[in-house]
Ligand binder design. Structure first.
Ligand code: SF4
Ligand code: SF4
Length: 223
């Protein structure tokens, strides 16, 4: 486990963790959406174009690096109330957070992983015990949503959440369309259904279609 000073150096406050949680809405919303939490208001804007970067076809899995939980440390894990896994109940103290998405209020929970006493309760047997249903804040560590000058580009980069601590991942290549889709599409399906839950107009399902199209083109032309 990381020494306290390393947690502090690389860690994210609750506000920063929430900002990261919602950062991926920029360019994904279908019109400007206002979200409020911890007394501040944030506006996320739609993209005029969405691109799928070839970097999305870099293959990796945290599960290939058993014991690495750099990304599970030093920040606040944030859950929507109804997605809070039942097995966490009573294991660690959680902090309730009110999030206002336009006119609607949502209950979120945060677990403070900056505090070694509240390291993630789902980290078991050297891996994430809820990998296929972990929260959005954990689901996208190396997947990037870059929104610049009205264009959203979705890809993968080595700079994940706790980039300053170093990530051991070495990117590989997918051997087939099926392998890429099996690995990638469930993540973006979950992301789109998360946005559905927030009742905001969004391009999450369009992004799934764009990724599908990009993958078909790539694997039809790249052997
Ligand atoms: S839910 Fe999984 S990925 Fe997220 S902090 Fe816990 S162990 Fe890590
Ligand atoms: S540092 Fe890299 S391998 Fe480790 S948990 Fe984060 S993304 Fe996964």
């Amino acid at each position: 486990m990381f020494p306290e000073k390393v947690r502090r150096r690389c860690g994210d406050s609750l506000r920063r963790s929430l900002e990261r949680e919602f950062h991926c809405l920029d360019g994904v919303v279908a019109r400007a959406v206002r979200i409020q939490f911890l007394g501040r208001s944030y506006t996320y804007n739609p993209a005029r174009d969405i691109k799928i970067s070839s970097t999305l076809f870099r293959k990796y899995s945290c599960l290939d690096y058993p014991g690495c939980h750099i990304c599970c440390t030093g920040y606040w894990c944030v859950f929507q109330l109804h997605r809070f896994p039942a097995q966490a109940g009573g294991k660690v103290p959680v902090v309730g957070i009110q999030v206002r998405v336009e006119e609607q209020g949502f209950n979120y929970f945060g677990i403070n992983h900056q505090d070694p006493k509240t390291d993630c309760p789902f980290y078991t047997d050297n891996r994430c015990g809820i990998h296929s249903s972990n929260p959005i804040s954990c689901m996208l560590p190396l997947r990037t949503f870059r929104f610049r000058k009205g264009v959203l580009t979705i890809g993968k980069s080595l700079f994940g959440r706790n980039w300053a601590l170093g990530c051991p991942v070495k990117f590989g290549t997918y051997s087939s369309l099926a392998e890429f889709c099996e690995d990638t599409l469930p993540v973006f399906h979950r992301f789109a259904s998360y946005l559905d839950d927030l009742h905001i107009p969004h391009m999450g399902w369009k992004i799934v279609d764009l990724i599908n199209g990009a993958a078909e083109r790539r694997f039809n032309t790249v052997v």
